[in-house]
Design a protein around this ligand. Structure first.
Ligand SMILES: Nc1nc2c(c(=O)[nH]1)N[C@H]1C(S)=C(S)[C@@H](COP(=O)(O)O)O[C@H]1N2
Ligand SMILES: [Mo]
Length: 199
């Protein structure tokens, strides 16, 4: 067994320990959107999970925000190579939202107001790794960053964290989303540098 002690040199872990290959750290919060920012009033917002059998589970804003809220602090990694450490969010865990959803599906296709889509394995939405976030840094989630609410799935490149989320379609077969159809990697693990198809 290799003996590795981070404290051996008497130094605290540096940013490098948190920085996936090919990334640099930024303190800004860049806005990256493929189209105009949709303006979705909270009283018109709904979030719908659809299963492979066609069953629908819908939350309006009141039901959604009445669910238990978590406050994850996570690092973000964008495929355009910036990473932002220690971002503070509030949101509802997908474990909570999917708890009463009966499904045998393996894949999820995420749908947004404005038409953007992205796909990922259903398993990556579970086990405390994904949220529908409605707050950022102590306030409401700003519209340009996906408010009223966005998917937050920080262990994958940030294009998977769909802004202005409107629903999740659970599917037995994988279906590429917007950037995945344009040549981005189907899965998008920053630590394996899965930026584009074939990486
Ligand atoms: N609905 C929607 N979600 C989206 C996008 C988009 O264009 N539309 N862009 C994705 C991309 S490519 C990135 S890098 C992040 C950027 O999130 P930010 O603007 O909050 O930094 O949102 C992702 N989610
Ligand atoms: Mo991106």
């Amino acid at each position: 067994m290799a003996i590795v002690s981070r404290g051996f040199h008497g130094r605290r872990p540096t940013a490098g320990h948190r920085l996936p290959p090919g990334q640099y750290e930024t303190h800004d919060f860049p806005v990256l959107s493929a189209g105009p920012t949709p303006r979705v009033p909270r009283d018109e917002w709904t979030f719908t999970v659809t299963t492979e059998t066609g069953a629908r589970h819908t939350w309006d804003w009141a039901r959604f925000t009445a669910l238990p809220t978590q406050e994850p602090t996570v690092d973000l990694h964008c495929v355009t190579k910036w990473s932002k450490f220690g971002t503070h969010w509030s949101g509802v865990s997908l474990d909570e939202l999917l708890a009463d959803v009966a499904t045998a599906a393996d894949f999820a296709l995420v749908h947004c107001y404005g038409g953007y889509t992205t796909n990922l394995p259903l398993a990556d939405l579970l086990d405390g790794r994904a949220w529908i976030a409605h707050g950022y840094d102590g306030g409401d989630l700003p519209a340009e960053h996906g408010g009223p609410a966005r998917l937050l799935v920080p262990h994958l490149y940030l294009w998977k964290s769909a802004k202005w989320v409107r629903g999740i379609e659970l599917r037995t077969e994988d279906e590429p989303g917007f950037w995945e159809s344009a040549g981005y990697h189907d899965y998008g693990d920053p630590w394996r540098e899965q930026r584009y198809q074939g990486d």
